[in-house]
Design a protein around this ligand. Structure first.
Ligand code: UTP
Length: 295
């Protein structure tokens, strides 16, 4: 079984749900308490033992590449000002992991974005993390998937249960339980099924572990839902060809590319923050004890 060393993070989408904030700033660079969203995702990759990140970027997303790069001028200024702690923090970010970036010239869909990584990945299984999907868990979600891969040796999609009336907003998986905990053998996948067209509440979230055959399949996938090259269509072909597992990961997932999901992430991260958690909790309590409590 080949070791998994690389993770693809597509960030080339338009971010229309986050307009106007995302007009000039990539939504992945919006801050959750004290770090941009994308940093939490790269930190999950690092904590899972991965060696290299491949960012799929587009025009206007260079701030993401710069964030993980070394800034010589800034470092010099901080050194002259004796701001050593800040220098260390910035050095930690730029030394997190090896980052390679590949341009997706047109937003032709998530499937197309992943296909752009084919030359950098080669013939190895790899991880995919969506650049706006945050997962908070004791054991990193990607690590949970890598541990399952050691047992099943096949592609895996991470899933979460959603209310049936929300299934039309997700890629939905149908399948049977297996001997592995929280793990299902996938029989069918549907991208955003119309209401009443799915019998499953298992929704795909932004974490995938894929066999390299996916590239050949994506290369032959025609545009689907919304005129985009859909990853879900290619995943169904990979399921038919080799098999696929769905894994109900342990942890909490936030859609940080959506305004409400982003707000929820900020509140939960802030409450757990080593320095800000307590004063923030006191602030929320004070709001709630007020006669005009908004809750
Ligand atoms: P989304 O649909 O959630 O992101 O795509 P979006 O297109 O950026 O945002 P909205 O829907 O307009 O608000 C899921 C992931 O796939 C990437 C996005 O960057 C995001 O991480 N993506 C999507 C690409 O990299 N390229 C594409 O052509 C489409």
């Amino acid at each position: 079984m080949k070791k998994i060393r690389k993770a693809v993070i597509p960030v080339a989408g338009m971010g229309t749900r986050f307009l106007p904030a995302s007009k000039a700033i990539p939504k992945e660079m919006l801050t959750i308490v004290d770090r941009p969203t994308i940093q939490y995702i790269v930190e999950e990759v690092v904590a899972s033992g991965i060696e290299e990140v491949i960012l799929i970027t587009s025009e206007g997303k260079s701030a993401i590449e710069n964030h993980f790069d070394y800034n010589y001028e800034l470092d010099n200024v901080l050194m002259r000002q004796n701001k050593h702690q800040l220098r260390e923090e910035l050095a930690r970010t730029s030394n997190l992991i090896e980052v390679v970036s590949v341009r997706q010239k047109k937003p032709l869909g998530l499937g197309h974005a992943i296909w752009m990584a084919r030359h950098v990945i080669g013939d190895e299984p790899f991880l995919v993390l969506l650049g706006d999907d945050l997962v908070r868990s004791e054991k990193p979600c990607c690590r949970q998937m890598l541990d399952l891969y050691d047992q099943v040796g096949e592609s895996i999609v991470a899933i979460q249960r959603v209310p049936m009336e929300q299934t039309s907003q997700y890629g939905i998986v149908e399948g049977e339980p297996t001997e592995f905990e929280r793990t299902f053998k996938v029989s069918r996948m549907v991208e955003k099924p119309s209401l009443g067209m799915s019998y499953s509440d298992m929704a795909i979230i932004g974490r995938y572990l894929l066999m390299p055959e996916i590239f050949e399949i994506l290369g032959n996938t025609t545009p689907g839902h919304g005129g985009e090259i859909q990853l879900t269509d290619a995943l169904q072909a990979l399921t038919n060809r080799r098999g696929m597992y769905a894994f109900e990961f342990t942890g909490k997932r936030y859609d940080a590319g959506d305004k409400l999901g982003y707000l929820k992430a900020i509140v939960d991260v802030a409450l757990d923050h080593h320095a800000l958690g307590e004063p923030f909790r006191q602030y929320l309590k004070a709001i709630c004890s007020n006669d005009n409590c908004p809750l």
